[in-house]
Ligand binder design. Structure first.
Ligand SMILES: [Zn+2]
Length: 240
């Protein structure tokens, strides 16, 4: 199967990559939904990560929101690994259509990849809702309690989608259009059964939906090719 997929990718000049949670973990980040981390957080905060990262929490309990966000989310920033170097090389060869990132950690941009659709936003983009001034992630980490704009003193907002907020339809549509005309789609560390991935890949009519995953999921049956195990190693194998 590896040889078939290698051949497909070699001939593809319009490849779309979808990056999910699995790639974050390989890059040294944390999966808040991993059972040990999840229960650790529930114990410490008496709430689950979904509630702590929700729009309701942000709008009505900012101090608690930022306490969690600073200590558990942006204190563990992953760094792009070889997976992202491989994608960058494909972009340099002119064969990348785009990367659709379902992560909030901006790994693609850190790796220098230009054509990225960050459907869930990025922890690196923070702004003042009053004057739109932007702030880097260090500014948030160094601020005490609630980070505020140094000009209007308004509480800052990380530009990530919080639970309970509407998804960004424009970005999802862009992602779906990119996928619909792709030669091949490589999905890494994301569940093909999830409604968001289904929406984005739903109009793809080709036969090269390639899934790289750590473990089995119900949605794997939608893929044309599936490789289990290390995402980085499998990506290396199918692109070498
Ligand atoms: Zn401001």
């Amino acid at each position: 199967m590896i040889d078939t997929v290698k051949e497909i990718l070699k001939k593809s000049n319009n490849i779309v990559f979808l990056t999910g949670l699995g790639t974050i973990v390989e890059c040294g980040g944390r999966d808040l939904w991993d059972s040990d981390i999840f229960y650790g957080i529930e114990n410490k905060y008496k709430m689950c990560p979904e509630q702590l990262l929700s729009a309701g929490e942000y709008s009505s309990r900012k101090e608690r929101f930022y306490n969690f966000y600073k200590n558990e989310v942006i204190s563990y920033l992953p760094k792009p690994d070889e997976t992202y170097t491989i994608i960058k090389n494909i972009e340099d060869e002119g064969r990348l259509k785009s990367v659709v990132s379902f992560n909030i950690f901006g790994l693609e941009k850190l790796a220098g990849i230009e054509n990225v659709i960050e459907v869930a936003g990025s922890v690196y983009n923070n702004y003042c809702p009053q004057c739109n001034k932007t702030f880097d992630v260090d500014y948030l980490l160094k601020s005490r309690a609630i980070p505020v704009c140094n000009e209007c003193k308004k509480a800052l907002r990380p530009n990530i989608r919080l639970l309970g907020e509407r998804v960004d339809n424009d970005l999802y549509t862009q992602a779906a259009i990119a996928c619909s005309s792709a030669d091949a789609i490589v999905i890494m560390g994301a569940d093909l059964g999830s409604s968001k991935i289904q929406f984005v890949t739903g109009h793809y009519k080709g036969s090269a939906l390639i899934l790289l995953a750590y473990e089995e999921h119900y949605g794997d049956k939608y893929a044309d090719y599936v490789f289990y195990g290390s995402i980085k190693d499998n990506l290396k194998a199918i692109t070498s």
